[in-house]
Write a protein that binds this ligand. Sequence first.
Ligand SMILES: NC(=O)c1ccc[n+]([C@@H]2O[C@H](COP(=O)([O-])OP(=O)(O)OC[C@H]3O[C@@H](n4cnc5c(N)ncnc54)[C@H](O)[C@@H]3O)[C@@H](O)[C@H]2O)c1
Length: 433
Amino acid sequence: MNISVFGLGYVGAVTSACLAQKGHRIIGVDLHATKVAAFNQGISPIVEPGLDALLKSGSESRQITATQDAAEAVAQSDASIICVGTPSLPSGGLDLNFVLSVTKQIAQALASLDKKHVIIFRSTMLPGSTRKIVAEVLADLVLTGHLQIYYCPEFLREGTAVRDFDEPSLAVIGNEDGTSPVPEEIAGLLGGKPELLRWEGAEMIKYSCNYFHALKVGFANEIGRLCKQLGEDGKRVMQVVCEDRKLNISSYYMRPGAPFGGSCLPKDVSALHAFVRQQGLALPLLENTLATNAAHQQLFVQLIEGKQKRRIGFLGLAFKADTDDLRGSPLVAAAETLYGRGHAISIYDPQINLSRLIGSNEQQIQQRMPHLAQLMKATPNEVLQNSDVIVISQKCTTIDALRPDVRADQFVIDINGWEDLKTLPWQYDGICW
Ligand SMILES: NC(=O)c1ccc[n+]([C@@H]2O[C@H](COP(=O)([O-])OP(=O)(O)OC[C@H]3O[C@@H](n4cnc5c(N)ncnc54)[C@H](O)[C@@H]3O)[C@@H](O)[C@H]2O)c1
């Protein structure tokens, strides 16, 4: 393909060199005459291992050229990749002015050309930015049917950018609806096996990744500071924590849904929180973990109450399926709050047999929900028959078995995001979807 790359900074220079190496013809565009001149001479405008050699050979073979003239570049290319900066505003927000200005230049050039073109936004932009820019700047061109628009976040790291381009940690393509097929020649530009989402989803992934990285650094540093105070080796502790690829460095726990609960997480987070305070340390990430969970729990109850129905059903009461452990269950907390506020509660949980509850589990129920026995139903369908809002944290039975008792005026609040619950004719909702 003939490709214009707008912005010859870290991302644009690496993108240009690596795509040229794959056989594409690249026209780099930048505002700065010195960067354009350097590019034309095959000299890298940035320091990045491996880049000099790629740019030199690309420039020698005329596979890579550069210009300050956006219109000329667009006229000669099938696709424009936008890699201009999106710096921080003094408010901390994101400055999209460079992206907007480049998009306007491309739109202007295309308006007089009447040809097919692809625009790929690669700059990091907040969710909703691509759709806003498309509506504000590209709407007329979209109507011609000649323009395809993608948002493809960049995950390369400075210092290993060339290798990261060839072997990306993640490849993501966003298009308008998140489902229309992406031509092979576009997907092939990114390397890897791209995941397809809507523009907003792709934008969100970039921020989720970087936020997660920042969170990991913050977490490791807080554990490190606590370890130092205790005379323990924080590096060794975190090294061992990272050895666990099943629960720690894995997708386990990494999905939106219920607040955390159970007999361990709330107790242990709370204990470490108290310990950190005793130590006189300021560890804001650790200290705020309970607060974020409490906010999530509150929102969960608000969501149920927001349906403005009196009869509330729960399919699943334990903090997860296949256990009868009710300690710290966010479902118990929600049921208890709602019962206290006068709601009629019905519950079914296949593992909760009150006559078999013993020890701290029984004690917990006696203290917090002594009336639980009256609220339990013998089947999931009885819960459906007696409820106008149903909170589902466990499937308990099949979709087909539930179907006869589902009503169109019922609300379901799905804790886990089970797609098949959407196929029943009730009104579907969740805390995170
Ligand atoms: N640097 C990274 O490691 C990295 C990694 C992933 C994503 N990103 C994102 O990619 C984007 C680019 O980052 P960067 O570090 O390459 O930025 P950069 O500041 O190094 O380069 C941006 C370039 O865009 C040029 N530019 C600005 N307006 C222009 C215009 N109207 N026409 C042509 N060129 C124009 C600037 O002159 C500059 O050379 C940002 O949104 C950034 O957040 C960066």
